[in-house]
Write a protein that binds this ligand. Structure first.
Ligand code: MN
Length: 379
């Protein structure tokens, strides 16, 4: 007898994330709307692909910030799937703690939450056995004591796991385990969650980290989405097919711009505009890292530069790592504190290497600015 199922696997949506540190409240609230739009696309993808069920491998929402209105909205989204199951394992941002929405909210009947105390669900219509390893608390530095799974050859067996695999467990231990250990349990597919970068490196073992469907910061560049997985099983032989589906609203883009040698602020504006023209950045979140030595008589006004470019992307930040281009050789000859400072720093720079060298070079120019202008801007 041949069995087949198809489903969408996603994780790490982080609904109602605070986006704190991003600067302004309007940005954060727009991004929270983006997370909801992305989730609606995920629900619509389940419907369009006529998948049998939806798997969410943890960090669906952020426990600390999630409003009841968002939970009501989420439940409405789940109800669009009719009787297609939504199977969830709690992650470290939405753990199964005492007052978790997973525990206290009257979810639609098609929503199944797998917990350490009750890690199993059998979906009879598809002959599928689900088993979850997730979070009961915000930190779990080792795997919880789990009830052994009941794998059966007649069923399609799926494990939902939120945590870190194959890492040095002394650092960031979140449900630490190894792919080997999980593989030994004998599931046909492992729906992983926790890492926000999409990772197919364990695909041979039937394991995928889909990553966050909507990226949450500059450390989450590239394409983000979900997986459509097809599993067929015939006489114990399993065949899995995976298809990545991008669903993100916006991308995080980071550009490096060497501003060395610019003649004027207009010159810099032109160069930055040209850089942004290379890709369609209207919807994206862009950061420009400015570098290079700039003639000491050009005073960069970053606020004006940002304003002039602001309609070219959804959000723009400029990181200024430029240095004023002093004529060091001349200044070093001076018989005053500036000369002494330059010679002392030069000696230190010559004897340093790597990061330290870079830091000392920066310190030289910050020090020079302080000595020559009487003020220093270290923003
Ligand atoms: Mn996460």
């Amino acid at each position: 007898m041949e069995q087949r199922v198809s489903f969408i696997h996603c994780a790490d949506i982080h609904l109602d994330a605070s986006f704190k540190g991003s600067g302004c409240e309007s940005f954060s609230s727009e991004r929270r709307k983006d997370l909801k739009k992305t989730f609606e696309i995920i629900i619509n993808t389940v419907i369009e692909k006529d998948a049998d069920f939806l798997l969410i491998s943890g960090d669906l929402y952020e426990h600390d910030y999630t409003a009841k209105s968002t939970v009501n909205w989420l439940n409405e989204q789940f109800s669009k799937l009719g009787d297609k199951p939504v199977v969830i394992v709690p992650g470290n941002h939405d753990p199964y703690v005492k007052n978790a929405w997973y525990r206290i909210y009257p979810w639609k009947e098609n929503v199944r939450i797998l917990t350490t105390a009750s890690p199993e669900y059998i979906y009879n219509a598809g002959n599928v056995y689900f088993y979850g390893i997730g979070f009961d608390t915000f930190r779990q530095e080792q795997l919880p004591d789990i009830k052994p799974p009941s794998i059966s050859a007649e069923k399609i067996n799926i494990c939902l796991f939120h945590g870190t695999l194959d890492m040095d467990f002394t650092e960031n231990p979140y449900n630490p385990s190894s792919s080997e250990e999980l593989h030994k349990l004998g599931f046909d597919y492992y729906a992983l969650g926790h890492f926000h970068g999409r990772n197919e490196s364990l695909i041979e073992k039937g394991m995928i980290y889909p990553g966050s469907p909507e990226p949450l910061g500059f450390d989450e560049k590239g394409e983000h989405g979900v997986y459509l997985v097809n599993i067929s099983k015939k006489n114990g032989e399993v065949e899995n097919q995976y298809c990545f589906i991008p669903v993100q609203q916006r991308k995080y883009l980071e550009y490096n711009l060497d501003a060395g040698g610019i003649q004027s602020e207009e010159d810099l504006l032109k160069r930055a505009a040209l850089l942004l023209e290379r890709s369609s950045t209207e919807r994206d979140i862009v950061k420009i890292n400015l570098s290079g030595r700039i003639s000491a008589d050009i005073n960069l006004d970053l606020t004006a530069l940002k304003q002039a470019l602001s309609d070219r992307c959804f959000s723009l930040s400029i990181n200024d790592c430029t240095y004023p281009d002093y004529v060091l050789e001349e200044l070093a000859k001076e018989k005053n504190i500036t000369g002494v400072f330059i010679n002392m720093m030069k000696e230190k720079i010559e004897n340093a290497c790597g990061d330290e060298k870079q830091m000392l070079e920066k310190a030289l120019y910050i020090g020079l600015e302080a000595l020559l202008t009487g003020k220093v801007d270290i923003s």
